[in-house]
Design a protein. Structure first.
Length: 451
C-alpha cells in the first residue's frame, strides 16, 4: 500500500498473512513504493486497492496475468472483502470490485498469480448482470447477489471452478419481476483541451437507462444522475431511484467521471486538486456524448440530480451551464468548501480535495480558504437559472445542512426558484425509509413541474 506521510515522504507497507495451522507468516502482497515502480497502490474508503496501470502485468511485486472481460481490465480492489472469501484450501480469494462501469466478481489464485473473472459472459447485454456482489464463500460454494438496471437483485450460487473451467451458476430464485428498460454502457474520452496533463489519456464512462416506451409524444427527457464520494461508482446495477424515474418516462444517465473507482489509480489521483472543474467537465461531456449518440433524448429537457459530491456537481453544472439544464435536485450538497472546513467530520478530505497537504495541527490559511472557495458552486450562484430543489439532513455531520442553506439564501435573495426540504432527524445519507420516499416523490414532482 502506497502511503503518503505527513511530510510527503513515501513509505512501504507489506501486508503479511498468518497460517494458523503452522504458525508461520508470509507475504500476502509484496506492495512497493509507487514512485519507483510505476505500480499503483492506495488505501480506498472501504478497503485496500492494489491497482495497476493500463497494460501492465506486474502488480503487488509479482507476475499476475493481465485480465480483461466485457466489463474491462481488472483495476483493483475498491471495497471491503466479506468475512468469508477464501477457498477451502486457502489458495484462492474471491471478491467483488468496481471495474469501469460494472461491478465484477474476481478470483485471485496465489499459486498461479492469475486474476480471473467468475461472472457470466454473454454478447447479449440484456442477458448480462451488470453487478456481481459476493456475499460469502462456504466450502467453495459462492453466494452472490446479481442485478442490472432492469433486473432487481437475485441470489445465485456456484462452486469455485477448477483451473481453466467456468463456474456453473444456479439462480436460487428468479426476480419477482423484471423491467423492459433499455440500458447501455457509454465510454467517454475527454477532448485534448480537457485532458489532465499530469494523468493524460484517461477515459471514463456512464450508464444510460431508458424507458422502453416514452410516456411523451415527443423525445424523452433526460435526468443526469451523479454519484457522490467522489471516489465511488455507479455500476450497472439495480438502482431504485433510476428504475423509478425510468418507469415514469425519464431517461437516466449515471455518470462515472474521472475519479470514480474502477478505472485505475491514475483516474482517482487525477481528480485531486481538480474538483469543481475536471469532474464538472466530465459530466457535461458525458451528457453531450449521450445526446449525440441517441436522438431519442430531448436536449431541451435536461435535469441534474445528486447527493453530497454529486450535489456539489449538480449545483456546479446549473451554475456553469445556466442555459443547458432546466431543473436541479441536490441532496446535502457541498456548496462552499471554505465555510464547510470547520464543521465537517472529514477535515482532511477538505484539504486534500483541493490539492493541499493536511496535518492535524493545521490552521486554515488565506491561500487554502481561497482555493476552497474558488472550487465551490457558491461562486456561480448568481448565474443559476434552473429551479433548484434542496434536500437537507438536520443531523448531517459530513456536510453541514448550513451548506444547502447558504445556497438557498443566495437564490432566494435573487428571486430564483428554489425549494428546501428539511429532514430534522436524518443525517448525510438521508437513508430513513420515510425520508427516501419523501425525497423521491418530491424529485419527481419537481421534474414534472419544470421539464
Amino acid at each position: 500500500m502506497y502511503v503518503p506521510s505527513a511530510n510527503s515522504v513515501t513509505v512501504t507497507v507489506t501486508p503479511p498473512q498468518l497460517d494458523l495451522k503452522s504458525g508461520k507468516t508470509s507475504t500476502l502482497l509484496d506492495v512497493v513504493n509507487r514512485p519507483n515502480t510505476g505500480r499503483l497502490h492506495t488505501k480506498i474508503a472501504g478497503g485496500v486497492a492494489c491497482v495497476r496501470e493500463k497494460k501492465k502485468s506486474n502488480i503487488t511485486g509479482e507476475n499476475f496475468s493481465p485480465f480483461s472481460s466485457p466489463s474491462g481490465e481488472f483495476a483493483g480492489i475498491y471495497e471491503a472483502l466479506p468475512s468469508c472469501c477464501w477457498s477451502a484450501d486457502s489458495q484462492r480469494v474471491v471478491f467483488s470490485s468496481a471495474c469501469r462501469n460494472w461491478k465484477d466478481l474476481f478470483m485471485v489464485d496465489r499459486r498461479s498469480k492469475k486474476v480471473t473473472s467468475l461472472s457470466d459472459s454473454a454478447s447479449d447485454l440484456s442477458k448480462v448482470y451488470g453487478s456481481w456482489k459476493l456475499l460469502t464463500v462456504q466450502k467453495d460454494l459462492m453466494v452472490v447477489c446479481c442485478s442490472s438496471p432492469n433486473t432487481p437483485p437475485t441470489l445465485r450460487v456456484g462452486f469455485l471452478p477448477s483451473a481453466g473451467k467456468a463456474v456453473t451458476w444456479q439462480t436460487l430464485q428468479q426476480p419477482v419481476m423484471t423491467f423492459n428498460f433499455h440500458w447501455t454502457i457509454l465510454d467517454v474520452t475527454p477532448p485534448s483541451e480537457e485532458d489532465n496533463t499530469h494523468y493524460s489519456g484517461l477515459d471514463f464512462g456512464a450508464v444510460l437507462v431508458k424507458p422502453s416506451h416514452s410516456l411523451y409524444d415527443a423525445k424523452i427527457p433526460l435526468v443526469v444522475f451523479i454519484h457522490g464520494g467522489p471516489h465511488s461508482q455507479f455500476p450497472a446495477e439495480w438502482n431504485s431511484t433510476t428504475a423509478g424515474l425510468a418507469k415514469l418516462g425519464f431517461a437516466v444517465l449515471m455518470v462515472n467521471y474521472r475519479g470514480s473507482t474502477g478505472f485505475g489509480q491514475d483516474s482517482i489521483l487525477s481528480l485531486i486538486g481538480q474538483i469543481g472543474s475536471q469532474d464538472v467537465k466530465d459530466v457535461q461531456r458525458a451528457v453531450l456524448t449521450a445526446l449525440q449518440g441517441d436522438l431519442a433524448l430531448d436536449p431541451k429537457r435536461l435535469a441534474v440530480i445528486g447527493g453530497s459530491h454529486g450535489g456539489f456537481l449538480s449545483c456546479h453544472l446549473v451554475g456553469q451551464y445556466p442555459e443547458f439544464y432546466r431543473a436541479c435536485a441536490a441532496r446535502n450538497p457541498v456548496i462552499n468548501a471554505a465555510t464547510l472546513l470547520g464543521t465537517s467530520d472529514i477535515v482532511d478530505w477538505r484539504y486534500t480535495s483541493v490539492g493541499f497537504q493536511y496535518s492535524y495541527d493545521q490552521i486554515p490559511t488565506a491561500e487554502a480558504l481561497a482555493a476552497m472557495l474558488e472550487k465551490s458552486p457558491i461562486t456561480h450562484a448568481a448565474q443559476i437559472k434552473a429551479p433548484v430543489l434542496l434536500m437537507l439532513g438536520g443531523r448531517d455531520r459530513r456536510v453541514s445542512p448550513h451548506q444547502g442553506l447558504e445556497l438557498y439564501k443566495a437564490l432566494k435573495s435573487r428571486a430564483s426558484p428554489v425549494r428546501l426540504l428539511w429532514f430534522a432527524e436524518d443525517g448525510h445519507s438521508l437513508s430513513r425509509v420515510d425520508t427516501q420516499a419523501n425525497c423521491f416523490l418530491n424529485i419527481v414532482l419537481w421534474l414534472n413541474q419544470h421539464l
